[in-house]
Design a protein around this ligand. Structure first.
Ligand code: ZN
Length: 544
């Protein structure tokens, strides 16, 4: 009976297999054709991408103050038919733009903010601030939204014509340098209906990775102390110095640091050290970043910081008046099936074609900051795999980590910057409004677009992404936010710096109606290298 049934089923199964195969081949051919079309379309958008990168570079805004940047990007998205919700999660510069309908929901994110004191004339391979002391894009966050939105516009056209189901959701990483917003976007429910998150971040190659990434999670805490003011010479015994508490907290922490795990990283800056020496400081505050490899260890480190702060208050007769969480980030964990898919697309895209001028310029920047003078990468980097705890010695953090524990997420690095630079530095701004940044963003947009097509047209890919997310990544680890229920986004950060520098910075905002490129607006010829006499100066653009 069993045998007969099996045999009788054979021809039908055979037919089904054949037709499924034929259909599979047809859909593979369709997908390949759409990918070719998307890449061509993105090439035709190269000037849009370049002007987008240049425009955001010229704003140079710090975390939570990305007002010009967000206004510009929201304008582009609205013009292109996206519905935009602004002021998301109580953050004035955060927004969520959506287009399309139904599943899958693809969320594209990238950071917006710059680095303090990183103002730099682009295209000049030595330290030449545009405005002395002002912020600037000393990491390269001016390029990621251009990558995502260029990709989204190309894919939106294809989706419309082909009547594809799917929703595109574009969102910004506000105040990434403060790890200040993404956990709040999660808390606001931005990723509740999302199937896959494709995050893009500036890098120096075209690359992605899966699993636990090299680096740390963190909590960022502002400790404020209260003492008693007094005449510092006339009646010092009547005063209790809040600055003493800050200094003793720092001394205490620096002793404690010797007895921490090697993976631990922590650093601080004094935000308020008093007003003038003859007034015993009645208030003072110090801002700590506590970094560790997992949620539990971050919480333990934070509790240790609290006890050192309390000890400092006791020693000085002051009070630990408040403890404000200014930011937090889970360590990232990225999705294997999506990262592997992206890696295949990266092979199709390849690295940009660098000119001799690009390479000469990159080497000059590397030499300037004593980095290895290897120039720009010319071979595509490999897919990065899971970094086990035993090999992770800690490092930077990104609050994309919080999102990665709420939906399958990957980070695409794209080659808009130069390798071997210090990071968070004026040198990291030099290439960010030059052909290196522009070509890198176009390559990144292609990799994003091709992976979006795979997500739209291969439901099995989304299924396997969720299977990895549920059965591997979150099998034993459950997400709990590091910030407390009462914490709110620290949207007042950097207000003072922008109030001080914005009037000067405005004079250098890029006007694409007048100049095809920002370098042309600034009158810089590319590449400008340090002069033979050792001086660093701009070379006027002979094109003008
Ligand atoms: Zn970043």
């Amino acid at each position: 009976m069993h045998l007969t049934r099996s045999l009788s089923c054979l021809p039908l199964a055979f037919v089904i297999t054949l037709s499924a195969r034929a259909q599979g081949a047809a859909s593979d051919a369709r997908l390949a054709a759409l990918k070719t079309e998307a890449m061509r379309d993105i090439d035709t958008r190269a000037q849009f991408t370049q002007q987008f990168v240049d425009q955001v570079f010229s704003f140079g805004e710090l975390g939570f103050q990305e007002f010009e940047t967000s206004k510009y990007i929201v304008g582009i998205l609205k013009q292109n038919g996206f519905t935009v919700r602004e002021g998301v999660a109580g953050i004035p510069t955060a927004w969520v733009a959506t287009w399309g309908s139904g599943k899958p929901v693809i969320a594209l994110g990238s950071d917006l903010d710059g680095i303090p004191q990183a103002s730099q004339v682009p295209g000049v391979a030595c330290h030449l601030p545009l405005i002395q002391g002002a912020p600037g894009h000393g990491e390269g966050h001016n390029s990621g939204q251009a990558v995502n939105i260029t990709a989204a516009l190309a894919i939106k056209n294809i989706m419309q014509r082909e009547h594809m189901s799917g929703t595109l959701k574009i969102w910004p990483g506000v105040a990434e340098e403060q790890l200040g917003s993404k956990a709040y976007l999660v808390r606001d429910g931005v990723f509740k209906d999302v199937d896959v998150v494709l995050f893009s971040h500036v890098g120096s190659n075209l690359q992605t990775g899966w699993g636990a990434s090299q680096g740390s999670g963190l909590v960022s805490v502002l400790y404020s102390f209260e003492g008693q003011a007094a005449h510092a010479a006339g009646a010092p015994w009547r005063g209790r110095s809040a600055l003493d508490a800050v200094e003793l907290m720092d001394v205490g922490w620096n002793f404690r640091r010797e007895h921490l795990r090697l993976q631990t990283r922590s650093h601080y800056v004094i935000r308020n050290g008093g007003d003038q020496p003859n007034v015993v400081p009645p208030t003072a505050s110090v801002w700590y970043y506590f970094r560790e490899l997992d949620y539990k260890k971050i919480k333990e480190l934070w509790a240790m910081g609290d006890s050192v702060a309390q000890g400092a208050a006791m020693m000085t007769g002051t009070k630990l008046a408040s403890e404000r969480v200014l930011g937090s980030a889970w360590p990232g964990h990225f999705n294997r099936p999506i990262a592997e898919d992206m890696t295949e697309n990266i092979k199709l895209v390849g690295l940009p074609k660098w000119t001799a001028a690009d390479q000469q310029f990159a080497r000059a920047i590397q030499k300037e900051v004593k980095g290895d003078t290897t120039g720009l990468d010319t071979t595509v980097a490999k897919l990065e795999g899971d970094v086990p705890d035993s090999l992770n010695m800690g490092g930077g953090s990104d609050d994309i980590g919080d999102i990665s524990w709420n939906a399958p997420t990957i980070v695409l690095l794209y080659p808009s910057n130069v390798p071997n630079l210090p990071g968070h530095h004026w040198a990291d701004a030099i290439a960010m409004a030059t052909p290196i940044a522009h070509k890198g963003a176009t390559a990144g947009a292609k990799a994003q677009a091709l992976t979006m097509l795979d997500i739209l047209l291969k439901p099995a890919l989304v299924d396997s992404a969720w299977s990895y997310f549920r059965n591997v990544q979150t099998k034993t680890v459950k997400y709990e936010p590091l910030m407390r229920p009462e914490d709110r986004p620290a949207t007042e950060l950097n207000t003072d710096i922008l109030a001080r520098y914005r009037p000067e910075m405005k004079k250098f905002y890029y006007d694409p109606k007048k100049y095809p490129t920002y370098l042309q607006q600034l009158g810089i010829s590319y590449p400008t290298l340090r002069k033979a006499d050792g001086s660093c100066a701009a070379t006027p653009n002979t094109l003008q």
